[in-house]
Ligand binder design. Structure first.
Ligand SMILES: C[S@@+](CC[C@H](N)C(=O)[O-])C[C@H]1O[C@@H](n2cnc3c(N)ncnc32)[C@H](O)[C@@H]1O
Length: 226
């Protein structure tokens, strides 16, 4: 007799756990986020991610977003990788490179829904201020990397660096200041926890890339690969 039972679709294999969350650096091309994560979702970037104290918690809270952490120290990156895989985080990736290089050359224009920079090296001596990551040029690159409506979040314990951050953030024509959401405020980084324990004040600021401002594309000479 003919078998009329409908065929059963084979169960798709479970997504295998990533062997490493660390992306191989391809410094000649902008990152194709669709190929870095199992799902296409809004992407948030953290520059200077340290041991991943922020990213590991925040990416677990937001499985509907993808997160990329950039950190130059290999030991710290390995901790992010180890802990992230142990927690089964499929929406987290990490990259070992210079933060400013990644932002300028590897992030596609208008691709980020948020950029986080928490406790970047403050370079407290005035003659070293030129080494600080966040300056007028940097905020221009942030404005280019964020989607319209994307957010730029900063934190520091250094009063003079905070003054510089707020000056260049407020001075960026494509930004408008916004309040930091309470659920983000509640995620304390390792460095922040140390400052809190020692009674050192920390400062936070946030801006939104104006939703209706046009997207800026890099100039042709900014192309680094054919
Ligand atoms: C003071 S720690 C803060 C770490 C983390 N954001 C936190 O709040 O716990 C600064 C981190 O940025 C990293 N870093 C500093 N300059 C960097 C650069 N140019 N590119 C990538 N990472 C950098 C350092 O290695 C360090 O892990």
């Amino acid at each position: 007799m003919e078998d009329l039972t409908p065929p059963v679709a084979p169960t798709p294999p479970a997504m295998p756990a990533a062997e490493t969350l660390i992306l191989p650096p391809d410094i000649l091309n902008r990152i194709d986020f669709a190929s870095c994560f199992p799902s296409i979702q809004p992407v948030e970037l953290e520059l200077g991610a340290g041991d991943g104290s922020f990213l590991l918690r925040y990416s677990a809270l937001h499985p509907e977003r993808n997160f990329l952490g950039v950190e130059r120290l290999l030991g710290r990156l390995r901790k992010i990788d180890r802990k992230g895989r142990r927690l089964g985080l499929t929406n987290l990736r990490a990259l070992r490179l210079e933060a400013a290089y990644v932002l300028e050359w590897m992030i596609p224009p208008a691709s980020l829904s948020a950029l986080h920079v928490y406790f970047p090296d403050p370079w407290p001596k005035r003659r070293h201020w030129k080494r600080r990551l966040i300056n007028e040029r940097f905020t221009g690159l942030v404005a280019r990397a964020l989607r319209p409506g994307g957010r730029f979040y900063v934190r520091t314990d250094d009063a003079s660096y905070f003054e510089q951050m707020t000056e260049v953030g407020n001075g960026q024509a494509l930004f408008q200041p916004v309040a930091e959401p309470a659920e983000l405020l509640a995620v304390i980084t390792d460095f922040e926890a140390d400052f809190n324990r020692d009674g050192i004040a920390t400062r936070h600021a946030a801006w939104e890339r104006k939703p209706n401002a046009p997207v800026q594309h890099p100039s042709p000479e900014a192309r680094i690969a054919p």
